[in-house]
Design a protein around this ligand. Structure first.
Ligand code: KG4
Ligand code: ZN
Length: 345
């Protein structure tokens, strides 16, 4: 196998590949130095139409769909960046955590390209991608506090440097995005529910129903969302559930989730002395969360950095960013690297 390690690491083009859940994504990122990048292309093939009828992600359908879409997605990412594989200096691919079948499709594809081209390959932790996504649009100095809030994860991390992350808090049960999706399903709103609840809430009154705000004892930086989900189910089964406007119910539920996310986040920022709070993951697209967390951070003398919507949800540009600092140092993983659905950060 030839070794085409780039001779000029400055302005290195990195091909990112992501398939950990239900989005097949590829991106080309130009890296000047660690943390400073220009997204040349970012292509995402969304599977919402595949899973909508089931009201949630069906793992087997997700991986089968990835098999069909991953190569065209990579080709489109290269074409829209005006690049060919000859221009690429390294490949970064998600190797966990996620759905094992989905992960394997992107990883095997990346290995195949690396084997055929001789390009260096690095496996990336999907969560590390979310943690570093804010850097895709602006330099974000270390250290900062990151709230990762998606369909699969809800956690607070101290981001101390590339590769140095400390988990400060985590959900004890559901991820916040999972709660959004399940409540939307209970309300018959469709799939995926987070965006629908966000939109419906804009015309609703967040004070109409007072749902309980869970507080986790003895570990103040942890989260819990199963209680509010059950409270919505009980409310829907009762008398008021039939008469309350869906927009008011959606807004009241969303308000409870947003407040339960904000309290531990501000507490963690104080504990850490972090001036910058980064909001990332699919639920970071939530307009109410962005607005209220920005206000809470500002009131506490801190600054909120939230990526554009396209970099909040799963994408491959964030995977390329996370792989970049190792690729720039000339690191690579062996082609025997495996997918790990439970990969720790
Ligand atoms: O990061 P992501 O694309 O995939 C995972 O790694 O989970 O996040 C998807 C999650 C879904 O639960 C979806 O309902 C939620 O993000 N989501 C939202 C919004 N947009 C996406 N939740 C609340 N408000 C939104 N606007
Ligand atoms: Zn994600």
């Amino acid at each position: 196998m030839s070794d085409r390690r780039p001779t000029h690491p400055i302005n290195m083009l990195i091909l990112g590949i992501e398939s950990s859940c239900d989005d097949a994504a590829a991106a080309v990122l130009a890296i000047d130095k660690p943390g400073v990048a220009d997204v040349r292309s970012s292509v995402i093939a969304n599977q919402d139409d595949v899973h909508r009828a089931y009201g949630g992600i069906v793992p087997e359908l997700a991986s089968r769909s990835h098999i069909v879409t991953i190569l065209p997605v990579i080709e489109r990412a290269l074409a829209s960046a005006g690049a060919s594989l000859d221009d690429i200096g390294g490949i970064a691919v998600t190797c966990g955590p996620g759905l094992v079948g989905s992960l394997l499709v992107g990883l095997l594809c990346a290995k195949g390209i690396a084997q055929a081209s001789g390009l260096p390959l690095v496996g990336v932790n999907h969560l590390e991608g979310h943690l570093l996504a804010p850097m895709l649009e602006q330099p974000v100095p270390f250290p900062y506090l990151a709230l990762v809030v998606s369909g699969g994860h809800t956690a607070l991390f101290a981001v101390e440097d590339f590769g140095r992350y400390r988990r400060l808090g985590v959900t004890r049960d559901d991820a916040a995005g999972e709660a959004f999706d399940k409540v939307a399903k209970m309300m018959g709103l469709g799939y995926p529910g987070g965006r629908i609840i966000d939109e419906l809430s804009r015309s609703g009154d967040p004070q109409e129903v007072k749902f309980p705000r869970a507080r986790v004892k003895n570990a103040s930086l942890d989260f819990s969302f199963s209680g509010v989900k059950t409270a919505v189910a009980l409310f829907l089964a009762g008398e008021r559930g039939r008469t309350t406007a869906p927009s008011d119910l959606a807004a009241s539920f969303q308000e409870a989730v947003v407040e339960m996310l904000i309290r531990p986040t501000i507490a963690a920022a104080r504990e850490l002395g972090a001036d910058t709070i980064a909001l990332t993951g699919g639920v970071a697209a939530n307009s109410r969360l962005r607005k209220r967390l920005a206000a809470a951070a500002a009131a506490d003398g801190r600054h909120l950095v939230a990526p554009s919507f396209k970099y909040c949800t799963d994408n491959a540009a964030m995977i390329a960013m996370a792989g970049s600092y190792r690729l720039l140092r000339g690191k690579r993983d062996p082609l025997t690297i495996d997918a790990n659905p439970n990969l720790p950060l």
